[in-house]
Design a protein around this ligand. Structure first.
Ligand code: R7I
Length: 350
């Protein structure tokens, strides 16, 4: 019991489910979605007679499942295995809403003659690599499979680099995996400490030469993710913060820098009841509704916020109706159990 107990189910589930909650109603793309519309949509999921049926998952879940399956099959990180799974998944089901650039990487990863599986990602965007949030959106399983911070940082980064070789892309994955890890440890009980610990880790991550030069080349300030985490802290300290301000300060776009800190903010902001959200909602439901209302790349932001929140609140906080309408929910359950076993093996092996 207690917040430190390990519940991989909900992290996997929430990450898996949240994107669909957005896509079903086509909330993606709008600048900001009126909260009434979000709530109406979420209420509709309770009403089976409405007949939305099973909500299909997007590229976020498709790739997260590949990460999970690879970590389980190899009992750890194996870049060739993971890359191969991404390629097969994409070729079998290309219509799940992949980013416009990453498609080329996934096609190249399918080639049997490929020696270096990191090479296709490095060729993206004139050799700079992608800074999209595609690495971060699938990063949660690294925190569910590994218990040591050093492993989580190392493998979430490598896992992201299979498609995103720019540090502004893969460092978003590191940040997301660290947030899920801390949440599993019960760190959200003390929100200020949670952000402080993330900052401490990310200062080290972003202090590397590559990160510094990428930031310069892309006209970003030094330590771009840390800078946004400081903004998250400022927004947390304010009593009234509008959704427009969150969007303008933190972003709601497809760049990792404009979405991972935003997802973290959504979780922190919804730890407490909020006026705009129904009183009967628990923290997990608040987090989902709030992330959906941000619009923009809402399915990915909700997916990342959902994974962090799921690790904190546990599976029972997810309404049955939300679980029922998710494509692949049973497989998520089974894989969550298996990840749990892998995590504890790593723990006992020290
Ligand atoms: O990052 P990625 O896998 O997809 C991110 C989002 C998720 O929400 C998915 O669900 C999907 O909807 O898209 O895909 P990428 O193609 O690597 O990156 C996404 C987009 O970010 C690209 O198509 C570009 O528009 C933009 N982008 C860049 N633009 C200019 N220069 C990423 N990196 C660069 C860059 O270096």
């Amino acid at each position: 019991g207690g917040p430190a107990s390990f519940d991989p189910d909900s992290a996997v589930h929430c990450g898996f489910g949240a994107g669909r909650l957005a896509l079903a109603e086509n909330l993606k793309g709008a600048e900001e979605v009126p909260m009434d519309r979000v709530l109406q949509h979420l209420n509709g999921l309770e009403d089976e007679s409405r007949g939305d049926g099973i909500l299909q998952y997007s590229d976020d879940t498709a790739m997260t499942r590949c990460v999970v399956q690879s970590l389980l099959a190899r009992a750890g990180f194996d870049e060739r295995d993971m890359a191969g799974r991404f390629a097969v998944e994409y070729s079998q089901s290309p219509g799940r809403g992949y980013g416009a650039g990453v498609i080329q990487v996934l096609r190249k990863l399918a080639s049997p003659n490929l020696n270096d599986v990191f090479q296709p990602a490095q060729a993206q965007f004139s050799g700079r690599g992608s800074f999209g949030n595609g690495g971060a959106m699938r990063a949660a399983p690294f925190a569910l499979a590994f218990s040591k911070i050093a492993d989580i940082k190392r493998y979430s980064r490598l896992g992201a680099m299979l498609t995103h070789s720019c540090s502004l892309g893969y460092n978003g994955a590191v940040l997301q995996a660290l947030a899920v890890h801390l949440s599993l440890q019960g760190a959200l009980e003390q929100p200020d400490e949670f952000v402080r610990k993330l900052l401490l880790e990310m200062e080290e991550v972003e202090g590397e030469d590559v990160a510094r030069s990428d930031a310069r080349v892309l006209n970003q300030p030094e330590f771009p993710f840390c800078k946004r985490l400081h903004k998250v802290k400022d927004l947390m300290e304010r009593n009234n913060v509008s959704i427009e301000e969150v969007i303008s300060e933190l972003g709601n776009g497809i760049a990792a820098l404009h979405s991972v800190p935003t997802a973290i903010f959504c979780v922190l902001h919804c730890l407490e009841p909020r006026e705009a959200l129904p009183e009967h909602y628990g923290g997990l439901e608040r987090t989902m509704a709030y992330s959906l209302a941000l619009g923009g790349d809402t399915d990915t932001i909700a997916c990342m916020a959902g994974a962090i929140a799921g690790a904190h609140y546990g599976i029972d906080a997810i309404p049955q109706a939300w679980q029922r309408c998710c494509e692949g929910a049973e497989v998520a359950d089974i894989n969550a159990e298996r990840l749990h076993t892998l995590y504890h093996q790593a723990l006992t092996e020290g």
